[in-house]
Ligand binder design. Structure first.
Ligand code: NAP
Length: 270
């Protein structure tokens, strides 16, 4: 799909991967709809992007509110008349043992990472089904749902987060099946460790300092997203080793369970 003048909605644009995708696609002339809860961040991003008002709509709000998700879609269509790409990027991490998770944390993670994806995908897919195809690819639209390389890998202390991403995957693949005749591409992005505010924002236990400095840059993730829009890719990996990790977990789950259990037990003994 051509990016110039395409209408692209990006959630979680106030930080990290979402902000990097916004910068990348702004350079290519997309019409952007950006959202996040922090209005001051949206203001400074708008300033940095330096694109004309005719190509930008910023709407602050909380995606855990279904009413806000519907408003976001409504305002976008009112302003631009169509939606070519939705990038469900906003997300929240969580770290704690399963038996210790407060119910409120569970709810917050699930609402942010899963419910908002479902609400926005439903509303946007309905718009896409009723709009004319993009002339270049004959596609009516693309929805990119941001998952994680650990969606199929329950790591100790990260299970609620990875389960939420597994739900995103399951939902996305189901949507892909159900919309297979609608000319709407459903894509899944699998970031690995990426250097963003994710580890500061996450609920539960703090991330160890050595992990905070690790990972690829969000700009690298954004470049892969641009490529996935141009080529209408279904599955989006940022590096070859992310792809290897996902495939190993998928094809050899018992073996990888054993490896991760062994490593975790060795760490506890040390
Ligand atoms: N960083 C990694 O290592 C990594 C690895 C795998 C997958 N991912 C996934 O990549 C995506 C982006 O993460 P990131 O690394 O860029 O994290 P980040 O820097 O913490 O950014 C998260 C974004 O989500 C938004 N957000 C969170 N809760 C929200 C809510 N209730 N309503 C509206 N917006 C909300 C935040 O905006 P406000 O706070 O302004 O609302 C922020 O813009 C997430 O889905 C994450 O799970 C990240």
């Amino acid at each position: 799909m051509l990016i110039k003048d395409s209408v692209i909605v990006i959630t979680g644009a106030t930080a990290g991967i979402g902000a990097a995708i916004a910068r990348q696609l702004a350079q290519k002339g997309a019409k952007l709809v950006l959202t996040g809860r922090r209005q001051d961040r949206l203001d400074s991003l708008q300033h940095d992007l330096n694109i004309s008002d005719s190509h930008l709509l910023c709407i602050a709000g909380d995606l855990r509110d279904e009413g806000f998700c519907n408003q976001l879609v409504h305002q976008t269509v009112k302003r631009f008349n169509r939606i070519d790409v939705l990038i469900n990027n906003a997300g929240l991490g969580h770290a704690s043992r399963l038996i210790d998770i407060p119910s409120a944390d569970f709810q917050t993670v699930w609402e942010t990472n899963v419910y908002a994806v479902v609400w926005l995908s439903q509303a946007v897919a309905t718009v896409m089904q009723n709009q004319s195809p993009e002339p270049h690819t004959r596609k009516r639209g693309q929805i990119i749902n941001v998952s994680s390389i650990i969606e199929d890998r329950p790591l100790i202390n990260q299970v609620i987060y990875s389960a939420s991403k597994a739900a995103v995957n399951h939902y996305s693949r189901g949507l892909r099946m159900e919309l297979s005749k609608s000319d709407i591409t459903i894509s899944i992005l699998y970031p690995g460790l990426t250097h963003t505010e994710f580890h500061d924002a996450k609920l539960g236990q703090q991330t160890k300092p050595q992990f905070r400095k690790m990972g690829v840059t969000p700009d690298l993730v954004a470049k892969q997203v641009e490529r996935a829009i141009l080529k209408q890719k279904w599955e989006i990996y940022v590096t070859w080793y992310d792809c290897f990790f996902v495939q190993a977990n998928r094809h050899f789950p018992l073996l990888t369970d054993q490896v991760f259990r062994y490593v975790a037990n060795r760490k506890e003994e040390a």
